[in-house]
Design a protein around this ligand. Sequence first.
Ligand code: BG6
Length: 457
Amino acid sequence: MKQLPKDFYWGGSVSSFQTEGAYDEGGKGVSIYDVRPTPEGHADWKVAIDAYHRYSEDIALMKEMGFNFYRFSICWSRIIPNGDDEVNEEGVAFYNRLIDELIENGITPMITLVHFDMPYHLVKEYNGFASRKVVDLFERYARVCISRFGDRVKHWMSFNEQNLHAMNLLYSNAEEIPEGVSKEKHLYQVAHNVMIAHCKMVKAVRELAPDAKVGGMTTIMAFYPATMTPQNNLFVQEMNNLVNMWTVDVQANGRYPEYYSAYLKERGWFPHFEEGDEELLQYTSDYLAFSYYRSNVLTSGELDLEHDYASLLDKHVIKNPHLEATEWGWEKDATGLRIVMNDMYARFHKPLFILENGMGARESIDVNEQVQDDYRISYHRNHIQAMKDAMLKDGVECLGYVTWGPIDIPSSSCEIAKRYGFVYVNRTDQELLDLRRIPKKSFYWIKKVFESNGEDL
Ligand code: BG6
């Protein structure tokens, strides 16, 4: 029987703003998440799960679950409070403690530099990544982190889900559209600037920590056509290229793919290149990292002349009658993971890295202080099996399976009611309670899986 490689990575992935809390401690500056209102009924980001103070307890739980890998993000405004001022040594010391404790517990750390957040000052003062000044400030931040942590951290990640920058879905996109510029042209310029920032970070890793590995990260959805028409299939292919693959394509091949350039040029949205940008794009990734949660069925459509990818996608997604969805409408589809892994590996021939996978559910502890989350066990079992099939039957190379939010955290819109963890955290959106960590049924199951290197499903 074929088995996964002995050095396969198993673990969990989080962001700073969804875990740390301590929003005004340790010399931290104001982050964009500190000033944006959250939807009504959701929590705010001030405490999250208080990992800033409780990380030791969380690492002990991760160790118990058999983790050998943990991906976290650095909060930029802890390291350089306003983004353009001096380094905050207290922030550096916090991440040094976190990294050291992970390594002492046999857990390999991976750092993401920007997981959606950035110092608020950079948005207010420079209009965020619309400005090349912010690209340079990001490079400075990256170089500070790599030189301070690169002696121990050998896995680096620039931007979380970088393709979202061209989808108008991020707070870290610039706030203001310059006069006389269309929303789309602005958006794709920001996406280009972020790509250049990513490449500058790859270059910095090559220079400052040459033995480390580095890559970008993309959110990937499996897309299926709603009908059998050739037009519908063509539309699915176009959307797969433009929504999922273009960032991966650049990071694998070192240049913008033709389908992307042609799409933008036809609409007059192709970004302005500064001197040296072509050369920077050639700093390619060591691995192609991605998040995968679900698939989507798309009706037939035309590439719209006026819409960004997110609104184009929105117009064409319909429900899949063959799949069950979570309460939030995310259709659970393990086979979709095998399909996208095959698609990516066949196109790019670089190692893949699954950095986020999981399902959100509304949960509470029962009278015995337990959460019977059999649905989560079945979600991960199916996805791990699909990944193993892609690797062992189809020959895809993949470095690890890293779950999202292994200890409950608020969702991306700060809804703690949407839980992903193997460990329950005792708080609600309205009340902080005692933030106690309580293993769910899936905790014991995932431990068994990780400790058997994926054999015991
Ligand atoms: C990814 C993000 O999009 O998905 C995470 O990297 C996010 O930050 C996760 O939390 C799950 O999405 P959500 O909206 O359910 O939290």
